[in-house]
Design a binder for this molecule. Structure first.
Ligand code: ADP
Ligand code: MG
Length: 252
């Protein structure tokens, strides 16, 4: 049997421009590598190409140049082992919570026992909301629905685009804790895009700082404490925040 490589995702020399060869590049010669079970964060200001890089990692966008591999094979199309949590939740307002949560599974032709669905929603604190519509939920609850939909796919890789960006800071911290608990337990790898220093220092075992037009990676900061419960209260978190501020200052 082939040994399973620890590397799950690799992006090599990625450049991208929207709208043809004459359009300006939004990403230039950017790369990253993500190990199985690892949590990696892309941190950078608005417009530096974070979402573009995430769409490329999802197999939803073909880069203008460079290569992408997932689990050792070229990655050119969406893969059932990857779940994406989009910016602004990506929920359909005209569908119930039940229909929204089950959508990902349905698209993959899979069934789910009612008790499993209820267990997942209870775990995410949205039990009893199955027949509600997104517009009847708070932002935090909508984000929990989006997380439930992704988690039910039992992904090997979770891609999260500014997952908690629209939430107040208390709700944001609670959901960060919840995501970290699930990550520690379920063992999926995560690639999270954010423009929040605190979120990067909280969630990422490694943080790639992006900047510029076209965007590129300008620094990498290790933050191994993100795996430990209680990380937010520890020295490691504060040190990472300071190092991120330095890296961003140097890039500006
Ligand atoms: P970020 O997520 O870091 O804010 P994006 O990847 O969304 O950055 O965008 C990077 C650049 O690409 C921006 O200048 C944005 O306007 C441009 N862009 C993003 N999506 C498209 C698109 N579909 N068509 C044309 N330009 C786009
Ligand atoms: Mg974005």
């Amino acid at each position: 049997m082939e040994p399973i490589s620890p590397e799950l995702l690799r992006l090599n020399g990625i450049s991208h421009s929207y709208g043809g060869p004459t359009a300006a590049a939004v990403l230039s010669a950017t790369g990253l590598s993500l190990a199985r079970g690892e949590s990696l964060v892309l941190l950078g200001p608005s417009g530096c190409g974070k979402s573009t890089l995430l769409m490329i990692a999802a197999g939803l966008l073909r880069p203008s140049a460079g290569s992408v591999s997932f689990a050792g094979s070229p990655h050119l199309a969406p893969d059932p082992r990857i779940a994406l949590v989009q910016q602004a939740y990506g929920l359909f307002p005209w569908k119930s919570v039940r229909a929204n949560v089950l959508l990902g599974l349905q698209l993959r032709g899979k069934q789910l026992a009612e008790h499993e669905l209820e267990r997942m929603l209870a775990e995410l604190g949205i039990e009893g909301k199955l027949e509600s519509y997104p517009g009847q939920l708070s932002g935090g609850q909508q984000q929990r629905v989006a997380l439930a939909r992704a988690l039910l796919l039992k992904p090997e890789l979770m891609l999260l685009d500014e997952p908690f960006g629209a939430l107040d800071s208390l709700t944001r911290e609670r959901l960060q804790e919840l995501l970290l608990q699930l990550w520690r337990r379920e063992g999926f790898a995560m690639l999270t895009v954010t423009h929040s220093l605190q979120e990067a220092a909280m969630i990422g075992e490694r943080i790639l700082v992006m900047d510029g037009t076209p965007g590129r990676i300008v620094a990498e900061i290790g933050n191994p404490g993100a795996r430990e419960p209680g990380h937010r209260e520890g020295d490691g978190y504060m040190q990472t925040l300071a190092r991120l501020r330095q890296a961003i200052g140097a890039a500006a």
